[in-house]
Design a protein around this ligand. Structure first.
Ligand code: IPD
Ligand code: CA
Ligand code: CA
Length: 270
C-alpha cells in the first residue's frame, strides 16, 4: 500500500474516533464558536485536527500541512502538502445529525496523489491513490455510465449559506436543473461525502459554489479515480481554487453545465 495512504488512513481513523466520542456526549457539552456568518467550529474539530497533525508529523516531519483550523503549517518540504478538513459537516455534528466526515488529501507539486474521506458514524472509508482507483472500504468504486441525460437524476448540492451574494444564482441553478429533468436534490451537509457518494453511485451528481480546498480535494480524487468527471461551472479544471465544483459522469456533467449556463453570473463563469 502507498505509505502515505497508510498514514492518512491512520490519521483519519484517529480523528474519526475523537469525533465519534464527541458525538456520544450530550450536545451541550460541545463548545460551539462562531467563526463567521453561519460558520461554526467546536473543540472536537480542533482536537481532531491536532490528532491528524500529530500522526502526520510523526512519519513526515518535513511535509507541509494546510488545516482548516490551523491554517498553513509550512514544512521544509514544500513539494508535499497535506490538506486537512478534520470535520467536514460541523453544522450536522453540532445538531447531532449523523452525517459528517474527516477529509485528508495529499498533494505533490500541486497534484493530488492520495485522498481519504472517513465517515466515523457508518465506519465507511473512501480512499484513492492517483492512477490506482478508488475504494469504499475494501471494495473498488467505478461509476456506471448508463445515464444518458438528467431525467430522474438525483443531485447533491450545498446552499451558499456562508456567502449570501450567490443565493439567487444558486436558486436559479436548482430551477434550471429541475426544468431539465432532475428528479430531486439532496443537501447532506458534507461536501467531502457528497463527492464520495457520487463516486459510489449513491447520487448521480453534485454541484456547489465556493468550496475550500479542504472540503473537496480528497473527494475530488476519490471521485475522479472512480470514473467521475469533475469540473468548474464552465467545463474548466480550476475548481480547487475557485471552489465552484460540478461532478458526475461525463454525460451528467455535460447536461448540468448546459442547464446552468444561462443563469450563471459573471463571477461564477470565471
Ligand atoms: C462545509 C460542508 C458543507 C458545505 C460547506 C462547507 P464544514 O464544511 O462541506 O457541505 O456546503 O460549504 O464549508 O464547515 O462543515 O467543514
Ligand atoms: Ca468542510
Ligand atoms: Ca470542517
Amino acid at each position: 500500500m502507498n505509505p502515505m495512504l497508510n498514514i492518512a488512513i491512520r490519521a483519519a481513523r484517529k480523528a474519526g474516533n475523537i469525533i465519534a466520542k464527541g458525538y456520544e456526549q450530550a450536545a451541550n457539552e460541545t463548545t460551539v464558536t462562531l467563526k463567521s456568518t453561519n460558520d461554526y467550529v467546536t473543540q472536537i474539530d480542533k482536537a481532531a485536527e491536532e490528532a491528524i497533525i500529530e500522526v502526520i508529523r510523526k512519519s513526515y516531519p518535513d511535509h507541509s500541512i494546510v488545516g482548516e483550523e490551523s491554517g498553513v503549517l509550512a514544512g521544509s518540504n514544500t513539494d508535499v502538502q497535506w490538506i486537512i478538513d478534520p470535520l467536514d459537516g460541523t453544522t450536522n455534528f453540532v445538531k447531532r445529525f449523523p452525517h459528517f466526515a474527516v477529509s485528508i488529501a495529499i498533494r505533490e507539486k500541486g497534484r493530488t496523489e492520495v485522498g481519504v474521506v472517513y465517515d466515523p458514524i457508518r465506519n465507511e472509508l473512501f480512499t484513492a491513490v492517483r492512477g490506482e482507483g478508488a475504494k469504499l472500504n475494501e471494495f473498488r468504486l467505478r461509476i456506471s455510465s448508463d445515464r444518458r441525460d438528467l431525467a430522474g437524476a438525483v443531485l447533491a448540492t450545498g446552499f451558499p449559506f456562508k456567502v449570501a451574494k450567490h443565493r439567487p444564482a444558486h436558486l436559479n441553478m436548482l430551477e434550471a436543473l429541475m426544468n431539465n429533468g432532475v428528479a430531486d436534490f439532496r443537501r447532506t451537509g458534507s461536501a467531502a461525502l457528497d463527492l464520495a457518494y457520487v463516486a459510489s453511485g449513491r447520487i448521480d451528481g453534485f454541484f456547489e459554489i465556493g468550496l475550500k480546498p479542504w472540503d473537496c480535494a480528497a473527494g475530488d480524487l476519490i471521485a475522479r479515480e472512480a470514473g467521475v468527471l469533475v469540473s468548474n461551472f464552465v467545463g474548466g479544471t480550476d475548481y480547487l481554487s475557485s471552489g465552484n465544483v460540478v461532478a458526475g459522469s461525463g454525460r451528467v456533467v455535460k447536461e448540468i453545465l448546459n442547464s446552468i449556463q444561462p443563469v450563471l453570473t459573471e463571477e461564477l463563469k470565471a
